[in-house]
Design a binder for this molecule. Sequence first.
Ligand SMILES: N[C@@H](CCC(=O)N[C@@H](CS)C(=O)NCC(=O)O)C(=O)O
Length: 204
Amino acid sequence: MITLYGVPRSRTLRCIWMLEEVGAPYRLEKSPASDGSWHSPEYTAINPNRKIPALRDGELVLWESLAINQYLAEKYGGTLWPETPEARGLVYQWGLWANGELDPHLFTAIYHRLLAAEAHRDEEKAVQAEATLQKPLGVLNAALESHAFLLGDAFTAADLNVASVAAWAPWARVDLTAFPAAAAWLNGCLERPASKKALAKLQQ
Ligand SMILES: N[C@@H](CCC(=O)N[C@@H](CS)C(=O)NCC(=O)O)C(=O)O
């Protein structure tokens, strides 16, 4: 059985969504260290970055949430993983794009508006991050103006990976009203049963 290391209230949620989407049996496990630390020798042997998530599937150990998702989609994901190299190129493109162009700035905004203790929040940094996000959000919006999903008419691993990162936008109070196609697409993706199952784990 697949083991996913992490906790829902983290980037692990992206992989929980993918696992629920592909229907592969898995168990969610905290650090193998008895104190639950991500800095223990036991967990460092799994992910030398000492970060979550990480995944074990048989002999394979993987880290990086969006790479994990691409692997899961290819191995277990049926229609989530496109058949042609050209379409798969687009899945890689959008995953790397989400990791590079969205994740760092959304993290800055969510950190300073939600995650950090009041004393460590800096609204100026959140505002700057939101300003930086205008360009990539415009790119996303333009891509979704002409078709329902990133690769065309069907939901694929590209949509899941980008939406699972963009899902931070509402929590980071990043305004999406200037990007109606992206906002509608994001809402639709988050309404999928697998996404709802993953989000429900935040309450458990
Ligand atoms: N690019 C990595 C980032 C992983 C990451 O930063 N995870 C956070 C939790 S969301 C973490 O483990 N932070 C602990 C730390 O930085 O010490 C991924 O997408 O998996």
